[in-house]
Design a binder for this molecule. Structure first.
Ligand SMILES: Cc1cc2nc3c(=O)[nH]c(=O)nc-3n(C[C@H](O)[C@H](O)[C@H](O)COP(=O)(O)O)c2cc1C
Length: 308
């Protein structure tokens, strides 16, 4: 696990359709304050071929100067094992297994958090995987159950039994998707059960949230933050005592992201992405959201989010 240097190690959560190489590099260049950038999952298939977008995302040149953690979605230990060799050939030393995705199209095939429904199969999967020496170390990102947090004690015992590099715990069930109260007590149980290097994830949106977390869990080593960093890209830096994002930094951030996405895709996709991202800093502000909806170029998007 990467060292934070000071205090908690901070992971930038993987967010499909958002946290691509352009966002990761731009974030690192302007704000920093993040130790590890997590890649959205590669959906593994029988043929083991990746999508062009997935190949590009993991390519060393896309991630130059960054600490990144690639991630896979699969319920097949042989597929995962083969992919881990590919990750190693790309030059990375750790990779992550997704056991958290709650999308019905994923879970109905028993993948992502769908695997949590069958702890027996999950043990078989992990036994087979760890029966061989792996080319890189493996971490896992999980939820605390499929239907109910009552499933967590059994799952926590399971995760404590394997030599994971770390275990990221999104403190919600599959049913809870991304909203509703998190269950921080699940993290307490993870610490008590000796889960290797647990990383807390879920609704850390502000510096105050992180301070309260540190106070409640002084033994915690690491947190993963997603939407909080989209809403305030300087959050990692501020957690470490650094300054808030200036207006100039935010302008540079949005402009660089828009231009990067426009050059890679096209103007329409870039505008769509930037608007989606800007929903987070505009959260709860109906006027800004209305202005953002109407905006049809990057300047009016920036005015909608940063204007008076
Ligand atoms: C649009 C979107 C895409 C996501 N894609 C992934 C993914 O590819 N892999 C993953 O493990 N989690 C994914 N997540 C979950 C986040 O990594 C994170 O666990 C979740 O947002 C909770 O953290 P937060 O409250 O800090 O945002 C996604 C979440 C969102 C909202």
């Amino acid at each position: 696990m990467a060292e934070g240097g000071k205090g908690l190690t901070i992971y930038f959560a993987p967010m499909e359709g958002m946290t691509d190489g352009i966002l990761r590099q731009t974030h690192h260049r302007i704000f920093g304050g993040v130790d590890v950038y997590c890649l959205p999952f590669h959906k593994l298939t029988q043929s083991l071929s990746l999508l062009t977008r997935e190949e590009r995302d993991i390519a060393p040149e896309e991630n130059e100067g960054l600490n990144v953690l690639p991630q896979a979605l699969t319920r097949d230990p042989e597929q995962l094992s083969a992919w881990l060799y590919y990750v190693s050939e790309c030059g990375y030393s750790c990779a992550d297994l997704n056991l958290g995705c709650p999308s019905p199209t994923v879970t109905k095939r028993g993948r992502g958090s769908g695997m949590l429904q069958d702890p027996g199969y999950l043990r078989t999967f992990l036994d087979r995987l760890f029966s061989n020496t792996l080319p890189v170390s493996l971490s896992v990102k999980t939820r605390i159950g499929y239907e109910s947090p009552e499933e967590w004690p059994e799952l926590a015992d399971l995760f404590a039994d394997y030599p994971f590099a770390h275990v990221t715990i999104h403190a919600r069930t599959t049913r809870e998707q991304y909203t509703g109260a998190v269950h921080p007590e699940a993290f307490e149980l993870a610490l008590r059960k000796g889960i290797p290097h647990p990383v807390y994830n879920g609704d850390l949106r502000t510096v105050e949230d992180v301070r309260a977390f540190e106070e409640r869990f002084p033994a915690a080593e690491a947190v993963m933050i997603g939407r909080g960093l989209l809403a305030d890209p300087a959050l990692g830096r501020r957690i470490r005592g650094g300054k808030e994002a200036s207006e100039e930094e935010l302008r540079n951030w949005y402009t660089a992201l828009y231009e990067g996405w426009r050059d890679r895709f096209d103007r329409t996709i870039a505008l769509g992405r930037i608007k989606k991202l800007m929903e987070w800093p505009s959260e709860g502000d109906i006027r800004r959201k209305r202005l953002l909806r109407r905006a049809d170029n990057i300047e009016s998007c920036i005015s909608a989010v940063l204007g008076e």
